[in-house]
Write a protein that binds this ligand. Sequence first.
Ligand code: KG4
Ligand code: ZN
Length: 363
Amino acid sequence: MADGTRTLVLGIETTCDETAAAVVERHRDGTGRIMSNVIRSQTAEHAIYGGVVPEIAARAHVELLDGIVDRAMREAQVSFAELSAVAAAAGPGLIGGVIVGLTTAKAIAMVHGTPLIAVNHLEAHALTPRLTCALAFPYCLFLASGGHTQIVAVIGVGQYVRLGTTLDDAMGEAFDKVAKMLGLPYPGGPEVERAARGGDAERFAFPRPMIGRSDANFSLSGLKTAVRNEVGRLATLEPQDIGDLCASFQAAVLDSTADRLRVGLRLFHEQFGPPRALVAAGGVAANRAIRTALQDVAAGSQITLIIPPPSLCTDNGAMIAWAGAERLAIGLTDAMDTAPRARWLLDQNARPPAKFANTRAGF
Ligand code: KG4
Ligand code: ZN
């Protein structure tokens, strides 16, 4: 149970198409342990539409969440009375789902007199490496998910400086769109990765966006268009074509990412001195080819690379619980009237880059 040496936090994640809840414990020395981590992906519900349908997602969260919270508590063998806090992702994300998760957390907090913590979903991705390997601040984060692609200086809990961002599509979004144009099922990222394994990465000479630029921003829509043009040129798509297109696309993403991260690390150094590690988080960090490319970048920059296991890179409840525990440890809790947020910048001072046109509304 929660005592002077450890805190116990229930975390709830409902910002997109995963309904998830988890219990983690955080020890006074800053280390943590996952006691339960229950995830119910709604992939099947959305697959026939080729993407997440917000209304369907919100309704599914309503139907699933109580049972998932119950299971997370049972698996952790923890009672509500023993919790130190209840954390929920309060944004950014699809607002219907965020409302479901935050309202559920408020109800639990109110009934059991437990503190509420409204967690920024991006902060949860950013802090996950501290759960998996007790990493100290500051570190350089590469965050690549379905809604975001950013390089962020993580200075402390609640202290984030954005060093680079995407000018158009998020990286996961680009993977998903390429999958869709190739007829691969949703969610596309893992499908593209799988198809790329049997493909020839040199068959199509796709552009390497942003390489050589002095800022650390990303751009992926031109690359996506190049893939679409190539698909148009091929009369029919044989499995080998799909594999080659995926491999060539992924290779372009890897080259661009490596270049952008080298610049991001340089900017980090200039502003904050040496980072303790290069960290990757978000669903795209589950991609093995990207993990290998990041190893090369880290080795070249003589910096430690830390990437949580794939199951903690994609959305989950443990990351929300852990971010809640980290915030609780420095005395940050939230009021019962805290509002859910469709948009919520990690770096409150970040300005949109000149050519900003993220196509994923609500993020
Ligand atoms: O972090 P996440 O689970 O949810 C968001 O917060 O968006 O990231 C989901 C995104 C999706 O776009 C998915 O296609 C992508 O991450 N993704 C991948 C892989 N696994 C998930 N992209 C490339 N390769 C993968 N193996
Ligand atoms: Zn996420």
